[in-house]
Write a protein that binds this ligand. Structure first.
Ligand code: UDP
Length: 462
């Protein structure tokens, strides 16, 4: 229900335009933000790439404007090898069609007067420029943590000081300027000059997108990232709105690109409290082929722990349910369930779930924190290593699983998380984070709610 200040007390609603980056982990927070702004009376128009398009029928209250991206025939292909180049392609392919669609919207009767701003993913600098050229103010949404964004702003310094591009021998070195990171936790891809240049460009464009915007929205909350938020406010001279955890404000699941298998919730109902290990590596290819799959399967089987495993067909790395090793089924009968896509937020909130083996995407991390579930961290790329560092080292609500994936090591880690006293202490710390997350959004005056009020006022003032 609308509350506090709203956008539609008189006359037609002010309209907020949104443009998410077309990946699941970026679409979810953007549509959750849409839900929040809509509840405050704003009309919503979602511009989106045709690739990985959201389903308009799940959001009848919003307008959707597909922007031809020249990249796909309108497919949902989460297994796209998401890489830095793909993000540049989205920017350049959508530029001209977005310019046209936006101009059409602004020229329609009442168009220009009603449009308050564009909120775009911070990776979409080109599209923000298009909006500003047409007189539309922009806000940038980052779907990662505040700590991760500090990594972005610090990138030139990290290169200058010789931390990056990283040499093998430096990986365990602490980054004195950016605690608690070690070199291995930094956002970086590969070691080649070309990869390094691409990453540098990606980060500097995101920082520019934020600094040239009228405001910066982050899906995090003050009690979780107090120092990093303070530093972010120093780093960017625009208003910063930490309004997370966004999934707690908007109905779950409606922006899922894949059909969620709800049968697993019934299966969970039949399991003992805190007994099940939930396993999911997010929406982007992150399992490194069949060898990793076999080690994972046997580690899980040998741990003896009940499990719920999300294993969607990742055709890029050749991993499907059909490629599970022979004998796995028999070894885990009645003890586990495999689904191709789960209603993750509800799963994490389920009393039967006692641990989460995760790739540490920021949404998964926040969802786990908000549900008080400790994590087994197996980061793969991008911001995931940095998130794992916070889970393991700062919040101490999980265990990092480093090095080669090996069944014996995995089995031991699962037992440590699910069965040991140490694991129980991690669970207690995760529960403490859950309480803090609840406090951040509990009532008027709580940190995220205050920031939402300020965001609404800010948008109305643009
Ligand atoms: N997710 C889901 N069902 C699944 C696995 C994941 O709905 O079976 C959702 C999850 O709740 C999260 C998103 O997909 O909101 C994944 O985002 P995250 O940032 O964790 O990882 P990414 O996919 O971007 O690597």
């Amino acid at each position: 229900a609308p509350e506090g200040n709203t956008a539609s007390t008189s006359g037609p609603s002010r309209r907020v335009l949104l443009f998410p980056l077309p990946y699941q982990g970026h679409i979810n927070p953007m549509l959750q933000l849409a839900g929040l702004l809509s509840a405050r009376g704003f009309a919503i128009t979602v511009f989106h790439a045709v690739f990985n398009a959201p389903d308009p029928s799940r959001h009848p209250a919003y307008d959707f404007v597909p922007v031809p991206d020249g990249m796909s025939g309108g497919s949902t292909d989460m297994a796209v090898k998401v890489n830095v180049e793909h993000i540049f392609t989205v920017n350049s392919s959508c530029e001209a069609p977005f310019r046209e669609s936006l101009a059409a919207l602004l020229e329609a009767p009442g168009g220009r007067d009603n449009v308050a701003c564009l909120v775009a993913d911070a990776q979409l600098l080109t599209l923000m420029d298009v909006a500003r050229q047409q007189g539309v103010p922009t806000l940038a949404l980052r779907t990662g943590s505040a700590a991760c964004f500090r990594n972005f702003t610090a990138y030139p310094m990290l290169c200058h000081k010789g931390y990056l591009p990283a040499q093998e021998s430096q990986l365990d070195e602490p980054v004195a300027e950016l605690p608690p990171y070690r070199v291995r936790d930094l956002m970086a891809i590969g070691r080649s000059h070309q990869e390094h240049e691409l990453m540098r460009k990606l980060m500097s464009r995101a920082v520019e997108a934020v600094r040239t915007s009228s405001g910066f929205i982050l899906n995090t909350f003050d009690a979780l990232e107090t120092d990093d938020l303070m530093a972010t406010r120093r780093d960017v001279a625009v208003p910063v709105f930490d309004i997370g955890p966004l999934h707690k404000f908007s109905p779950a699941a409606s922006s899922s690109l894949l059909q969620q298998d709800r049968g697993c919730l019934e299966w969970l109902d039949a399991q003992a409290p805190a007994s099940v290990l939930y396993i999911s590596f997010g929406s982007l290819a992150s399992m490194r082929g069949a060898a990793d799959l076999a080690e994972s399967a046997w580690g899980i089987a040998n741990s003896g722990q009940p499990f719920l495993w999300v294993l969607w067909s990742d055709l890029v790395s050749g991993v499907t349910q059909a490629t599970l090793p022979d004998g796995f089924d028999a070894a885990t009968r009645d003890r586990g369930m495999i689904v191709s896509w789960a209603p993750q937020e509800e799963v994490l909130e389920h009393a039967a779930v006692g641990g989460f083996w995760t790739h540490c995407g920021w949404n998964s991390t926040l969802e786990s924190v908000c549900a008080g579930v400790p994590m087994l961290c197996r980061p793969c790329f991008g911001d995931q290593m940095g998130n794992a560092r916070y889970i393991d080292h700062v919040w101490r609500a999980g265990i990092a699983l480093d090095g080669e994936l090996e069944r014996g090591k995995l089995e031991a880690a699962i037992r440590r998380l699910m069965q040991s006293k140490e694991g129980q202490e991690m669970r207690e710390r995760a529960q403490e984070l859950r309480r803090k997350a609840a406090e951040a959004i509990s009532d008027a005056g709580s940190s995220s709610r205050l920031n939402i009020d300020q965001l609404v006022n800010h948008i109305l003032s643009l």
